[in-house]
Ligand binder design. Structure first.
Ligand SMILES: *Cc1c(COP(=O)(O)O)cnc(C)c1O
Length: 473
């Protein structure tokens, strides 16, 4: 499709202004030498341009979006209605406390519910993304060891199945990352963990259920080993969707946790809106929390706060959406949501596993991982080819090539907000694509055939994206 600049014609446009009948004003020292080169075209053309763009995007409102580890669940519209209330949108972050008691109650209630769900004692709503919440939680761990004069603890242990943000956050927080292998079942290798811990262990970062969609049954043993060595346990709760209301990180022995409101708590991701990654902790770490918390209608800063990780109260309107979600599904809806997420994932897994080899064939949690290693060996067709072919079926493909410990991985997370009918349609599509790959492997490199863009050069697109229009003159 053409860009607006390509549709532009000099002098064309929609000017509704009458001719100037007052002296023109120009600043004495204009910062620009030239007026901006805006596209010139009539309103109809602008409208069509954006409508065309909107048609070419894909989101949860368009169809199935099984992007594993991302929890692309439906974003209920009531969340948007609540976040659009003028009483929330018209607030100024520096307003006197007595004029914003409702907003403080939103902050306090959200913190209370999220603490109850995670088994934590206090939480900051300041972090603006999951990785930001991880970074914040790691700073709490750092502040804790420092406060005890235990500054030898410089290492964070991260299993190799972790989300890439875990080692990145640990490294940004100034820790050295120690990676440990998973065992053949996809769980933490206890022997390796025992070898890795010591007087230099600051902590362990763990995702449970992990990124292969499995709940590690050794969890109490794992957190005990780390605690006995003097380290703290960090829970990556980005994907709490499988266990919320059923199992709590706080009860598994974790000291710090972050959540992704833009996954589990139904607020939009990415282009759909800013994120929020609250970071919670046990009482003994609350003295280090960043920012301010709303306690009894007043804003308070922790005694030994690590400072601010973001301005003011984080993405407040995202918090409003998440609180709306929690209140609308209610205490009984939280575990039901988790149970249905697990049910949907297992349903799909069972209906696909005779064709698609499962990387780990246990009962899964909210997502499952398939490996197309054998298919690649036999036919040359890759996980990427399958994902591309699924695009022609009108769905978003699963996560590809992640987790790194599975070769030719496709990770599917259907979420609880899909109906059985949708799952059945998608299962048929996955099966059809698989059969086509076996019957005509040579055609698979040509997929997709029906999307506006077919196969972009992924490396070029990531490394040298062209995001500006280059004018010819
Ligand atoms: C999504 C995710 C993150 C990171 O969250 P962002 O908001 O993208 O920074 C961290 N850990 C896990 C397991 C995730 O799935």
């Amino acid at each position: 499709m053409k860009l607006v600049f390509e549709r532009s014609r000099a002098g064309r446009g929609t000017a509704y202004f009458p001719p100037l009948d007052v002296p023109a004003w120009t600043p004495e020292t204009p910062l620009r030498e030239q007026p901006p080169r805006l596209a010139e075209l009539p309103e109809t053309e602008v409208d069509r341009h954006y409508t065309e763009l909107a048609k070419q995007t894909y989101g949860v409102n368009d169809g199935f979006y099984p992007l594993g580890s991302c929890t692309m669940k439906y974003n209920p519209k009531i969340n948007e209605d609540m976040a659009a209330l003028p009483g929330f949108t018209g607030l100024h972050p520096l307003q006197p406390e007595h004029t914003v008691q409702g907003a403080l109650k939103v902050l306090a209630d959200t913190e209370k519910y999220l603490c109850e769900i995670t088994g934590m004692d206090a939480m900051t709503l300041q972090p603006a993304a999951g990785a930001h919440g991880e970074f914040t939680g790691l700073l709490l761990i750092k502040a804790y060891h420092k406060s005890r004069g235990d500054e030898m603890r410089t290492k964070i242990i991260v299993p190799d199945s972790a989300h890439g943000t875990n080692p990145a956050s640990a490294s940004m927080a100034g820790f050295e990352v120690i990676s440990i292998d998973s065992d053949e079942r996809g769980f933490v290798n206890l022997e390796e963990l025992k070898k890795a811990v010591g007087p230099d262990t600051a902590g362990l970062m763990l995702t449970n259920p992990n990124t292969v969609g499995l709940f590690d049954p050794q969890i109490l043993e794992i957190t005990r080993i780390v605690h006995e060595a003097g380290g703290l346990c960090y829970y990556d709760g980005a994907n709490l969707n499988a266990v919320m209301g059923i199992a709590r990180p706080g009860d598994m022995g974790f000291d710090v946790v972050h959540l992704n409101l833009h996954k589990t708590f139904s607020t939009p991701h990415g282009g759909g809106g800013p994120g929020s990654g609250p970071s919670g902790c046990k009482a003994f770490l609350a003295q280090f929390l960043p920012g301010v918390r709303a306690v009894d209608g007043t804003l308070t800063r922790a005694e030994h706060s690590i400072g601010d990780v973001r301005s003011f109260y984080g993405n407040f309107l995202v918090v409003v959406k998440a609180l709306t979600y929690i209140l609308s599904i209610g205490a009984s809806g939280v575990p039901k949501t988790a149970a249905n997420a697990v049910l949907n994932a297992n349903y799909m897994k069972e209906k696909l596993k005779d064709l698609y080899p499962m990387a780990f064939d246990h009962v899964c949690m909210h997502e499952f991982v398939m490996s197309l290693e054998q298919m690649k060996k036999d036919t040359g067709v890759t996980a990427m080819d399958i994902a591309k072919a699924l695009l022609d079926g009108g769905i978003h493909p699963p996560t590809m090539y992640f987790p790194l410990i599975v070769h030719e991985a496709l990770m599917v997370e259907p979420t609880e907000t899909e109906t059985k009918e949708t799952l059945d349609e998608v299962i048929d599509l996955f099966r059809k694509v698989y059969e086509e790959a076996i019957a005509h492997p040579e055609t698979m490199a040509e997929k997709p055939e029906h999307t506006p863009i077919r196969r972009p050069d992924e490396v070029q697109a990531a490394r040298n994206p062209i995001i500006r229009y280059a004018f010819e003159d």
